[in-house]
Design a protein around this ligand. Structure first.
Ligand SMILES: [Zn+2]
Length: 211
């Protein structure tokens, strides 16, 4: 009998996904089915162009998502985009705390970041890092609230919203799928400094060597 895939994101609140329940069990189930893959790093072409839209919501996509959760855990990340394991598709996963320390776990396919009204644009200047720029961190101002619209692994429309660190994660991961790294949003000097930190550090996870 085929494995029954429970639809983990069907619980809806104001049209927004409830991604705060059973996080532990859902994350574990994904990564136990999946296999961790090495992480692509800055300079790899797959990170520097827009990924393709997902059009097939099939078993292959489900397997990719499982591998992404496994890879995210192996690299101790709070979010991971498909091109960070070398796959040219608009998919990201996350397992990330928000402002109140509430854990959010989920998947977004074909995400589109929503423009915020001016009164919701409160900038937060926290540190940001990226598995694809290993061992580097830099301060980057981003809105402290974010909304992403996209699809779930079955192709149903979903909306995800977050505050604080989780808002930063939603923006960071959506950026990835449009070919943009957080260091591309830094000043020339800060970008150079981040790349220097990366040169000097050693990642604690496996990476894909650049040619
Ligand atoms: Zn990243």
């Amino acid at each position: 009998m085929a494995q029954q895939e429970t639809d983990e994101q069907t619980q809806i609140n104001d049209g927004f996904v409830v991604d705060t329940e059973d996080c532990e069990a859902r994350e574990l189930a994904h990564r136990e089915r999946g296999k961790a893959r090495p992480i692509t790093v800055v300079g790899n072409p797959v990170l520097h162009k827009e990924c393709k839209d997902v059009t097939a919501f099939d078993d292959e996509l489900a397997a990719l998502i499982d591998d992404m959760f496994a890879s995210q855990k192996a690299a101790e990340g709070v979010g991971l985009a498909a091109n960070q394991i070398g796959v040219d598709l608009k998919v990201f996963v996350y397992d990330c705390p928000d402002d109140e320390g509430v854990r959010h776990t989920g998947v977004v396919i074909n995400p589109v970041l929503q423009e915020l009204p001016a009164d919701r644009r409160v900038l937060d200047e926290s540190n940001e890092g990226c598995l694809s720029v290993p061992t580097a961190y830099a301060e980057l101002a981003r809105p402290d609230y974010a909304e992403v619209h996209g699809q779930d692994p079955q192709g149903n429309p979903i909306k995800v919203r977050g505050t604080g660190y989780f808002a930063r994660c939603l923006q960071h991961e959506t950026d990835h799928l449009y070919g943009r790294l957080y260091i591309d949003r830094l000043s020339k000097r800060d970008r150079k400094d981040a790349l220097r930190q990366m040169e000097e550090g050693t990642p604690r996870y496996e990476t894909v060597p650049n040619d």
